[in-house]
Write a protein that binds this ligand. Structure first.
Ligand code: PLP
Length: 382
């Protein structure tokens, strides 16, 4: 009989949540203008500033998933005819480029293969090719597992006087960010990845330069995303704009408290240690990571299948026999790779051991020669 019980979320998100976060979400509702609730909102905004590494007053949990954060950035900062340069080496860079096109932007995509890092020189050439309103990269490309070093791209945008935007959906709370020091003008994230909160909120941050562009945008941005209207609620006036997703904000506040207790540096180190343990196990299972370690995200490992493995049957076996969710490959990587997320509350050595043992069993069931005992030993010694 197939086992039952909680599914261990080791895919690209959502990540597992702690009991404390789940209990916080279940608390009785308060009104969005209740002083007790506004004190929680204040705490959340301050916590998000620390995670992004910014002092921007406009830093808030937007209602909606990570894509809403992306849409908010695009809706405020890209006006029809604006030149936009986007680094595209995965599905989420593609999504940003598409969102910018839909806002009327003239988009240049600087492409690299899925699984490869972006080329800063080609990005610089594209930005310099004309007056550029906005340049954007994805920090942790969840579709491939590539982490982008932000500093060279920030410098390129700054030199060209373009706004620099970063997708931090998967990196927030999994790596240390210092977006203020880098001069990042706007960034967005999600709550269901390394923050280990439920999906449904998009932390966003805009600096003053970005807020000025947003305020001048013609036509005005959509009502829901308009930074001036959002500031009414998330600034000192506290006026109603839309009904706050109260329960999700409770959960996010609890998740931010957990980050605070652990410390962001320790949390980032934990993500790195767990990813190293997982990587060390792979060769003993006949597997290889897609991305070399120097470019790899510490919260998501993309693994190439050996020849002859049926992707759907493999992942189904992990889910049904072992109660573990891992992610499928996306775009050109579909069927060739699977993705293991070790994010937030899910980033533990115990979970690495559990998934390594399960992978060993599921591959052996398809006739692959594996040495699961050696894989487990390598993970423990890493
Ligand atoms: N950007 C990145 C890097 C992501 O990983 C995701 C989701 O996986 C998104 C954007 C979109 O976020 P959501 O699915 O929460 O709308």
């Amino acid at each position: 009989m197939a086992p039952t019980g909680e599914v261990l979320l080791l895919g690209p998100g959502p990540a597992p949540t702690s009991l404390t976060v789940r209990e916080a979400q279940a608390r009785p509702l308060l009104g969005q203008l209740d002083p007790e609730f506004l004190a929680i909102v204040d705490r959340v905004q301050a916590g998000l500033r620390r995670l992004f590494g910014v002092e921007h007053r406009f830093t808030l949990p937007l209602a909606g998933t990570g894509t809403a954060g992306m849409e908010c950035v695009v809706a405020n900062l890209v006006a029809p005819g604006d030149r936009v340069v986007v680094g595209v080496h995965g599905v989420f860079g593609q999504r940003f480029a598409e969102a910018a096109r839909r806002a009327g932007g003239q988009v240049t995509e600087v492409r690299a293969e899925f699984g490869a890092p972006l080329c800063a020189e080609r990005f610089a050439a594209a930005v310099a090719a004309g007056p550029t309103r906005l340049a954007a990269v994805v920090h942790a490309e969840t579709s491939t597992g590539v982490l982008t070093d932000l500093a060279p791209f920030a410098a390129i945008a700054r030199q060209a006087d373009a706004l620099f935007v970063v997708d931090c959906v998967t990196s927030l709370a999994g790596v240390e960010l210092a977006l203020g020091a880098l001069g990042v003008d706007a960034a967005f994230a999600g709550t269901q990845k390394c923050l280990s909160a439920p999906p449904g909120l998009a932390p966003v941050t805009f600096g003053e330069r970005a807020l000025a562009v947003a305020a001048a945008r013609q036509p005005a941005p959509p009502f829901y995303f308009d930074t001036r209207l959002l500031t009414g609620y998330f600034g000192k006036d506290r006026v109603y704009h839309h009904t706050a997703p109260v329960s999700l904000i409770y959960a996010l506040a609890a998740a931010l408290d957990e980050v605070e207790q652990e410390g962001l540096a320790a949390r980032a180190a934990r993500h790195r240690a767990v990813a190293s343990a997982l990587r060390a196990a792979l060769p003993h299972l006949g597997l290889h990571a897609l991305v070399p370690v120097e470019h790899a995200t510490p919260m998501l490992t993309t693994v190439q299948y050996p020849g002859g493995v049926d992707d759907a049957a493999f992942r189904r076996r992990l889910r049904e026999m072992h109660r573990i969710e891992v992610g499928a490959g996306l775009g050109p990587l579909a069927g060739r790779v699977f993705r293991i997320g070790t994010m937030g509350h899910g980033a533990t050595l115990g979970n690495v051991e559990r998934v390594v043992a399960a992978i060993g069993e599921a591959l052996a069931a398809q006739g692959v020669r594996v040495d699961t005992a050696a894989a487990l030993l390598a993970a423990r010694r890493a």
